[in-house]
Ligand binder design. Structure first.
Ligand code: 6PG
Length: 468
């Protein structure tokens, strides 16, 4: 019997759609799920395509051509190790297993080295684009053993989203490189989502617009160079009317945001490797504070904000908000790419920023028109330290920083929190200073801990008895 090209383990909505995607591109696919009804349902939906559901893991493995290509789409954590434990004894040398979940990159490093020592190949692969992306073309971020990638390349690049710059899939680097890039992708995702939320909040609570009015402004922004998937879905969300109450549905949604951990891991690792990603960190913190709903409810009865209402020029405020939003989104990408640059040397991933920008242009949650000039900037200068100093972006910042400043000032005047707008402004303002007040800080450290300091006017390390 002819063996299958690709095997998928975990036939939940993502695994199911990936199987349908691969089968629709003409690849023969085997599927396995511990819940056999999922395999049967998918076989029914995939009628006419080359899909077969296996009843056991052994049957699944036996049905694949060697070396095997197995794509796991199971929740990150213990389940990944449990599935790997079941597979390991029944696989043979050079078989490849891909973990397509949002696994922590250090778990991926551990699993990859464990599998390599057994002669097996392990790939940690970021898969972005949700259910729709999985079906019609996701952005795929694989990392692992490079020669084995060549065996995956055809199926992955054909399943991925396609753009004018090629398929949204490329080999990223060894070990946990793929999951690292996906983790940073998600942190950028958090940052942009929070920036949209803050723009919405300012339009709602400072300018006094309704959800459908805000939708119209966002739709206008989205029609130009701010176009992005996240802004586009926000337009749709803001336009949705609840059929029961006839109110905008968004106004009825409880204001607590959940998270599964990728944004937090990115922030934690940024601290570990010493990269400043304040906008990304602020977006994680914003989700945490949103979760403390009861405390906020109680505090809202005790703590008061500033009095007064906005009486300025609304059209001018909205135009400035648009520019402030554009710089905040730029800060998210600038910080994410800087984090990956540092991580690349720290973890020896050899990441290519232009390739990452290219595969984020389609399929993924952070796809945006802005990725075109980002790609251009890294193509022009692959060693670029920070996007903010690339000519195209430094011009934008110099032109629009005044708007961001004005928005943060107004938000603070009316007590509307805008953590990612204000941290982006502080980031830009800090990054552009040749001299920060850390001279005083270092002197303080030397005062109480004899930590020493360096001087501007001579070489060496110095300690002073500051009391004398
Ligand atoms: C994607 C998304 C996807 C998922 C995240 C959301 O790229 O398709 O990032 O992976 O939506 O897990 O993460 P939170 O649950 O933490 O918001």
């Amino acid at each position: 019997m002819k063996k299958n090209h690709l095997g998928i383990i975990g036939l939940g909505v993502m695994g199911r759609n990936l199987a349908l995607n691969a089968a629709s591109k003409g690849f023969s696919v085997a599927g396995y799920d511990a819940d056999a009804t999922k395999g049967r349902d998918l076989a029914e939906a995939a009628k006419g395509k080359q899909f077969s559901a296996a009843a056991t893991l052994q049957e699944f493995v036996d049905s694949l051509e060697a070396p095997r290509r197995i794509w796991m789409m199971v929740p990150a954590g213990k389940i990944v190790d449990a599935v790997l434990g079941g597979l390991k004894p029944i696989l043979t040398t050079d078989d490849i297993v891909i973990d397509g979940g949002n696994s922590y990159f250090k778990d991926t490093e551990r699993r990859a080295s464990d599998w390599e020592s057994a002669g097996l190949r392990f790939f940690g692969m970021g898969v972005s684009g949700g259910e729709e992306g999985a079906l019609h073309g996701p952005s795929l971020m694989p990392g692992g053993h490079e020669p084995s990638y060549r065996r995956l390349e055809e199926v992955l690049t054909r399943m991925a989203a396609q753009t004018s710059d090629g398929p949204c899939c490329t080999y990223l680097g060894p070990g946990g490189a793929g999951h690292y890039v996906k983790m940073v992708h998600n942190a950028i995702e958090y940052g942009i989502m929070q920036a949209i939320c803050e723009a919405y909040d300012l339009l709602k609570n400072v300018v006094g617009l309704s959800a459908p009015e805000i939708r119209d402004h966002f739709a206008e922004w989205n029609a130009g160079d701010l176009n992005s998937f996240l802004l586009e879905i926000s337009v749709t969300v803001l336009g949705k009317i609840d059929s029961e109450t006839r109110m905008p549905l968004v106004d009825l949604v409880v204001d607590t945001a959940e998270q599964k951990g990728t944004g937090k891991w990115a922030a934690q690792d940024a601290f570990d490797i010493g990269v400043a990603v304040p906008t990304l960190v602020a977006s994680v913190v914003a989700r945490i504070i949103s979760g403390a709903k009861d405390d906020r409810d109680a505090a809202s009865k005790i703590l008061t904000g500033p009095p007064g209402a906005f009486s300025g020029d609304k059209a001018q405020f909205i135009a400035r908000l648009r520019d402030a939003y554009s710089l905040t989104v730029l800060a998210c990408y600038a910080q994410g790419f800087e984090q990956m640059r540092v991580a690349s040397s720290e973890y020896r991933y050899n990441l290519l920023p232009a390739e990452i920008a290219r595969i984020w242009k389609g399929g993924c949650i952070i796809r945006a028109r802005l990725l075109d000039p980002i790609l251009g900037a890294f193509q022009e200068n692959p060693e670029l330290k920070n996007l903010m100093v690339a000519p195209h972006f430094s011009r934008l910042i110099n032109e629009k920083a005044g708007s961001l400043r004005e928005i943060v000032r107004t938000a603070s005047e009316f007590g509307t929190p805008c953590p990612v707008f204000s941290s982006s402004l502080a980031y830009i303002d800090s990054y552009r200073q040749a001299r920060l007040p850390a001279n005083l800080l270092q002197a303080q450290r030397d005062y109480f801990g004899a930590h020493t300091y360096r001087r501007l006017d001579k070489e060496g390390k110095f300690h002073t008895d500051w009391e004398k």
